[in-house]
Design a protein. Sequence first.
Length: 342
Amino acid sequence: MKLSVIVPVYNTAADGKLEYCLNSLVGQTLQDMEIIAVDDCSTDQSWDILLQFEKKYPGRFRAVHSEVNRKQGGAKNIGLTLASGEWIGFIDSDDWITPDMYEKMLARAEETGADMVGCDYCLTQEHSMKTGQVVHNNSPEQAGSLDHDKYASLILDSGSLVVKIYRRDIILGCESRFPEGIFYEDNALGNTWMLRAKHFAYMPEPMYYYYQHEASTVHTITRKRCEDRMEAGRIMIAEAKRYGYLEEYYKELECSFSVLFYVNTLFTYMFGVKKKELSFVKALGDEMRSTFPDFQENPYYQKRFNEEEKKLVRMQQKSSLFFMIYFSLLWTYRNFRKKLKP
């Protein structure tokens, strides 16, 4: 088997989302592939849809049911235990891909000798093959035989896991598996897998369609989601310590952790969680400071964040209470100004 594609599924039956995703997989021009769809204890009709596809595409489509909800990481781990392909890919069950995506990616791997291949994606709000807003996942400078500088660049800007395929040994030859029971599982160990690759081929073509809807992970902000992102950050650093690459890529990992664990979490919590708690904001800042005491001096941090963001971070590091008051007043004022505009 050339390729195994793992699809974690949870309650995506509505509005034809799941079927649209699966049809894009069974319709691939690449024939030598298996689709492993893992239902993560859905409460809608998702499992029934998977069984229908398994019956319609025997030997090519495999439906697997998890008895307990293990989140996407757990579902992916189940899929990895069953994967037989020389290459492994992932796709979210509410997204879809172009008919020739995997054939093109494998052809590029054969041309270049790459063991990791990636492409771009586009954002869309409709079920169609019309190209939406294109997001460049990587850059040509990151591609080729991987050395220290390219690894460092990929830690900072790794791109999404779902728009990549990996040679089997990169993932299954490594002991690490996705964390279970949390969201943002890809962020937790993406670096560990990426650093096992020797050659990266990048295709600047949007072949993956990232469906934008209110129920998606990135559009749902709760305290639990914020805590999950923080836990993913902790695991990311634990992985770096476990495999001995924390020191070599300290600055890159410090910046990545600052973004994942702290800055994004701090601002999304303030924007999206209705009942804000001082204790949460304070604990977030305290742990950031204890993990990377000098993170505000990081050259990548200094370059990648604007002055207002850095000002807010400095404020929170000095006083969580003052930060929360200031942030709320600032947000109220800006909303008021928007309403005044014709």
